[in-house]
Design a protein around this ligand. Structure first.
Ligand code: ADP
Ligand code: MG
Length: 248
């Protein structure tokens, strides 16, 4: 894995008074009611909340997959609200690595080729693509499975491939939506260990989960309730504030 980017001075996420309304008039649903938060480079944040509290809505906006009804969102210093769709797609590809609950790997295609894919979209040449994809697989402990197809891997291993794919472009932010939702407890432990390592190496991570043991591992735990931040608690130091000696 190449070294993470030098941490910028601005937060990776800077969200002010975000609102989201679905529908109109009497049918309007206020899914977000003024959410403000910022996430510094190198932080590891878990977002929890009961069903309907607005987690997916917030995640979709943070991931530039949807736009807010009001408020402001700066991603790595870029005002996302001012971008046209095409620019938004570029920002998404360049700045965010996604990990989904359902792995979303391409079947009958090697782990290596799956991880290379975002680099192919970005126009990286074959030699560099292969080298970087192998480094990303190595970072998640799967260098020896590069030639395996998804159906030859366990669920936990498939999700590690998906994490490698999210990392390979060196995104400013890794955004994970219920990344352990489909995994047994042992595979969940594997993924949490990988996320711990990535964060210790300086990666910024935001994940959604409904599992308390997953939320407990993050450096910071934000709880949503009814479209608002209900609590925002630092559980341990991360990033710049992490213990001396942690590789950055
Ligand atoms: P969570 O992910 O925490 O379960 P969501 O963000 O999915 O919550 O939903 C928040 C609220 O917005 C819920 O009341 C939900 O019914 C509503 N909602 C979500 N998506 C839509 C949509 N596309 N159209 C209308 N209402 C929606
Ligand atoms: Mg949801």
């Amino acid at each position: 894995m190449t070294a993470p980017r030098t941490p910028p001075r601005h937060p990776v996420l800077d969200v002010r008074e975000l609102t989201k309304v679905y529908g109109e008039g009497t049918a309007a649903v206020h899914a977000l009611r003024g959410v403000s938060l910022d996430v510094a480079a190198g932080d590891y944040v878990a977002i929890m909340g009961s069903s309907g509290s607005g987690k997916s809505t917030l995640m979709n906006i943070l991931g530039c997959l949807d736009v807010p009804s009001g408020g402001r969102y700066l991603l790595d210093g870029v005002d996302v609200g001012r971008l046209a769709d095409r620019q938004l797609a570029l920002v998404r590809n360049r700045l965010i690595g996604f990990v989904f609950q359902a792995f979303n790997l391409i079947p009958r295609t090697s782990a290596l080729a799956n991880v290379e894919l975002p680099l192919a979209y970005a126009g990286v040449r074959a030699g560099a693509r292969r080298r970087r994809a192998l480094a990303a697989l190595d970072a998640v402990g799967l260098a020896d499975r590069a030639g395996h197809h998804p159906n030859q891997l366990s669920g936990g291993q498939q999700q590690r491939v998906a994490v490698a794919r999210a990392l390979v472009t060196e995104p400013a932010l890794v955004l994970a939506d219920e990344p352990t939702g489909n995994l047994d407890s042992r595979s969940t432990d594997d993924i949490l260990a990988v996320l711990d390592q990535l964060n210790a190496a300086g990666r910024t991570i935001v994940l959604i989960t409904h599992e308390p043991e997953v939320g407990a591992r993050a450096g910071r735990l934000i709880r949503l309730f009814d479209g608002q931040v209900h609590s925002d608690v630092r559980q341990r130091p991360t990033g710049r504030h992490a213990a001396v000696g942690v590789p950055r």
